[in-house]
Ligand binder design. Structure first.
Ligand SMILES: C[S@@+](CC[C@H](N)C(=O)[O-])C[C@H]1O[C@@H](n2cnc3c(N)ncnc32)[C@H](O)[C@@H]1O
Length: 206
């Protein structure tokens, strides 16, 4: 195009040669900060909708001299397809997404069929999803959704870094449900159109 702006989705930032990972909803950034420090050869981008949390993570990252951690404020579902080319991500971390209990808020739930499809596209073959939650119903539904999208579950492994919330639970003993999934090299499957992946209910909230 000669004049005007590029079409949405036609221009992507060049993130450079380091393996690229994303964290969705880092909150106060306990995971992001320690993970970036532990893996200096990887580049971690975090997308958080709360401005105050973004500013907090940025200032802590600057104090710790973490050049491989970048923070973006916004809705991850909108930014992900605009930030990353297909098959460009080595990993995606989604830890303790808000459950959005009220029926009218279910559409805000992060892990759903749409996100699973999107991440199947954006992750490289062999790229890994790191999913953690404290809500059993979220865990069950997400597990089914990742698997139906064609991800392969990886064997359990203790996490190398805990998230801010997870550190609290490590002290109080509240259970945490964790699973990791690998993106296989096979073509993307079509998920059943009848499910959203956000339809779960839970009598016991926690
Ligand atoms: C329950 S907190 C968990 C924070 C952190 N992962 C942890 O384990 O401590 C969920 C976070 O996701 C963020 N969030 C919710 N919806 C989001 C969206 N659409 N895009 C980006 N961040 C979002 C919230 O602002 C909040 O910080």
């Amino acid at each position: 195009m000669m004049y005007g702006c590029a079409e949405p989705g036609s221009v992507f930032p060049d993130w450079g040669p380091q393996p690229l990972e994303v964290e969705i909803g880092p909150g106060r950034g306990g995971f992001a900060l320690d993970y970036a420090a532990l893996h200096p050869s990887r580049r971690l981008l975090v997308i958080e909708s709360r401005k105050a949390d973004c500013e907090l993570i940025r200032s802590r990252a600057a104090r710790r001299g973490l050049a491989n951690l970048e923070v973006f404020q916004g809705d991850a579902k909108l930014l992900l397809p605009r930030f990353f080319l297909d098959r460009s991500l080595a990993g995606a971390h989604i830890q303790f997404p808000d459950p959005w209990w009220k029926t009218r808020h279910h559409k805000r739930r992060m892990v759903d069929v749409e996100l699973a499809r999107l991440l199947r596209r954006l992750l490289k073959p062999g790229g890994v999803i790191d999913f953690r939650t404290d809500v059993p119903a979220y865990f069950r539904e997400a597990l089914q959704t990742w698997l139906e999208a064609g991800f392969r579950e990886l064997p359990e492994a203790a996490p190398d870094v805990l998230s801010t919330r997870e550190r609290r639970y490590a002290i109080t003993g509240q259970p945490v449900f964790r699973a990791r999934f690998e993106n296989p090299a096979t073509d993307i499957v079509t998920l059943p159109g009848s499910r959203t992946g956000r339809d779960w209910r839970d009598i016991r909230r926690k």
